[in-house]
Write a protein that binds this ligand. Structure first.
Ligand SMILES: Nc1nc2c(ncn2[C@@H]2O[C@H](COP(=O)(O)OP(=O)(O)O)[C@@H](O)[C@H]2O)c(=O)[nH]1
Ligand SMILES: [Mg+2]
Length: 636
């Protein structure tokens, strides 16, 4: 049983005419120049592709143009490469685009590479040795310092076998891409094939894709079905991360798909216009002032961006800083993606870096947390990232928000959230829909609610509590309803407050009456208690009090809430004791006289007029003390 093959993308780099395309052809048998114009002029304008299988490694070659006019095409191909094949012609040695491509690979954090000293057939041994020294000197201290240097000739075939062996060796050391991640394919080409329709190609950055699956075209958001898949130049049941991949898409014209768009698992990723990143400015570049416009390249995408340097006025040559990039067009990227910036005019590469927050907020002077957050995001530690993200998300984070900010799978999201919850850093306020908040934010919300509740009780001593909606609009207006509810419930559990239906009351909150209010309250109670069932009109009672109408009404409400008084009909209020006495009388009547009672008998029993008798009997019906039966009542 052989192990599953390893997929490795090799990108060429180097000055024009140094023999990149010829070398790819010599290695793979495929000449990567595919455009009519390329063949006619003998130069590479756009990306070319070729494949090779060697020692259980499946190589995809991305051949890039060397001409300075086509560096942006080179950049579209350089994203996603595992190995760089830096091609230097022995007869010319290092030239401007050797340097520019090398810097681009360094800024894109390409980890490994091989240096091919080509056209060895054109020079004598001394010249070859000098060229080799030049190159060694040039890459000293860089990621290519210890890279193998292979002398080759595409013309004679000298050194090709050694180059293939070296490729296989370096490939085995390259870390594999993540096939278990979400499917993500930045598109570098879209065309139409007769009988098939639209085909798009790209380097599969993560995940895998099979015919029949649904994908989302971003940033437009169109859902499409995959009709067929090719990987490594052949039809395939499933393309895996790290492979050059062609996808036949149903339901879309090839002209509607552009280089720079992304195919991804549906519903996972979002386009963005604002990015926070760490940017390194090349030492050869001019210092970068605030709000400078640059060309921005990430994956196969390119646009114009305005740069804001965080925390300082200028970014000096050769330095790194956190920056905010406002993009002219929406792009689909994730933290960890590398990007390149080129000067607006004349167009030369001036720097590059790594994306930290792909859905960044607009810069604001008051935004003090941003710097700390970016420092954490820069660690690329999943737990710390989730913690930092929730702290900045005052309204909590949903599953899809986390996904679009990380590219994580659902499993990784839930595992990380669970771990962070155990550690007490985050809190899941609702599991479906999944909603996560920072523990500190949640604690702050609770204390804000408590303060608002206390303030309410202080300002409204006659009230029994505040409505949920009122409390929310005072202290949690922009908070998601699930978070607000969870905060109240947790506070209720902690016995900080009481929830009574829609009313929220601080635990232990007593209604505090002023002396004149206490007197007025007693006066109301006495008036009703003394009247028995022959109660006075409510208005009349309230009018006799020493407090103004509004407070008098609140005191009445208070007595009703305390159930000292009871409202029997719209304008009739009775004292609880009087009603209790009436119930007793009815009960005695049943025992002593009859199970049935007529209206006149009830009037006689209680000594009241018809005006009171009817509402009271209806009250007794409601209370299930009596039941109406024709003109009479059955006593239950
Ligand atoms: N003598 C010689 N010529 C070469 C070799 N490799 C490429 N060439 C020639 O150099 C020119 C440019 O090669 P090409 O592969 O298009 O260079 P690229 O621009 O780097 O892709 C072509 O005329 C090739 O035939 C080589 O190893 N020996
Ligand atoms: Mg070429």
């Amino acid at each position: 049983m052989s192990a599953s093959p390893k997929y490795v993308i090799v990108g060429t780099a180097g000055h024009i005419d140094h023999g990149k395309s010829s070398l790819v052809q010599a290695l793979t048998g495929t000449h990567p120049d595919r455009l009519e114009e390329e063949k006619r002029r003998g130069i590479t304008i756009d990306l070319g592709f070729a494949f090779l299988e060697e020692a259980d490694v499946r190589f995809g070659f991305v051949d890039v143009p060397g001409h300075e006019k086509f560096v942006s095409n080179m950049l579209a191909g350089a994203g996603g490469i595992d190995l760089v094949l830096l091609v230097v012609a022995a007869d010319e040695s290092i030239k401007p685009q050797t340097r520019e491509h090398f810097e681009i690979c360094r800024l894109l954090a390409v980890q490994r590479g091989i240096i091919a000293l080509t056209k060895s057939d054109l020079v004598d041994a001394d010249t070859l040795a000098v060229a080799k020294l030049d190159v060694q000197e040039y890459v000293r201290g860089s990621f290519l310092e210890n890279a193998p240097i292979v002398e080759v000739s595409a013309r004679t075939g000298a050194g090709l076998a050694e180059l293939k062996e070296t490729l296989a060796r370096e490939a085995s050391a390259a870390p594999p891409k993540n096939s278990a991640g979400i499917f993500r394919l930045p598109i570098d080409r879209s065309f139409s094939i007769k009988g098939f329709g639209t085909v798009v190609t790209g380097t599969l950055l993560s995940g895998s894709i099979a015919p029949g699956q649904e994908v989302e075209l971003l940033p437009v958001g169109t859902k499409l079905r995959v009709r067929g898949v090719q990987s490594g130049g052949k039809s395939s049941d499933r393309a895996m991360a790290g492979q050059r991949t062609a996808i036949n898409l149903a339901g879309i014209e090839h002209t509607a798909v552009k280089r720079g768009m992304v195919l991804a698992s549906p519903g996972r990723l979002r386009g963005t216009h604002r990015i926070d990143a760490k940017l390194e400015l090349l030492s050869a570049a001019q210092p970068l002032k605030q709000r400078t416009s640059v060309h921005f390249h990430c994956g196969t995408f390119e646009t114009i961006a305005e740069v804001r340097v965080h925390g300082r006025e200028v970014l000096s040559s050769g330095e790194k800083a956190f920056v905010h990039l406002r993009l002219q067009d929406s792009c689909v990227v994730l933290p960890g993606d590398r990007f390149i910036v080129r000067q607006f005019s004349p167009v030369i590469t001036i720097g590059g870096g790594v994306i930290l927050d792909n859905l960044a907020r607009r810069p604001a002077a008051k935004d003090l947390g941003r710097f700390e957050c970016l420092k954490t995001l820069e660690t690329f530690d999943a737990s710390k990232t989730l913690r930092a993200m929730t702290l900045r998300a005052l309204f909590g984070l949903t599953q899809s928000e986390i996904a679009s900010r990380t590219g994580w799978t659902d499993d990784l999201i839930t595992d990380t959230a669970r771990r962070e919850q155990v550690e007490g850093h985050v809190k899941t306020v609702s599991s479906s829909p999944f909603l996560l908040v920072g523990a500190r934010n949640f604690a702050e919300l609770k204390s804000k609610l408590f303060t608002a509740l206390e303030a309410f009780h202080k300002a409204n001593p006659l009230s029994h509590g505040i409505s949920r909606e009122d409390l929310r609009s005072r202290a949690a207006r922009r908070v998601r309803p699930e978070i607000f509810r969870a905060a109240l419930e947790e506070m209720a559990k902690e016995q900080k407050l009481l929830l009574q239906g829609e009313t929220v009351k601080r635990a232990g909150a007593e209604v505090m009456l002023l002396p004149e209010e206490q007197r007025a309250r007693d006066q109301i109670e006495t008036a009703f208690a003394g009247a028995g069932l022959a109660v006075p009109p409510v208005k009349e009672v309230l009018a006799q009090l020493a407090v103004e109408t509004k407070r008098a009404e609140k005191l009445l409400q208070l007595l009703l809430k305390e159930k000292k008084l009871l409202r029997v009909s719209a304008d009739l209020i009775f004292h609880a004791d009087a009603l209790e006495e009436m119930r007793q009388k009815v009960a005695t009547y049943k025992k002593a006289k009859s199970e049935r009672i007529s209206v006149p008998a009830f009037k006689e029993l209680t000594g009241i007029s018809r005006k009171y008798a009817i509402p009271l009997l209806e009250y007794l019906d409601r209370e299930r003390v009596t039941r109406r039966a024709g003109d009479e009542r059955v006593i239950l």
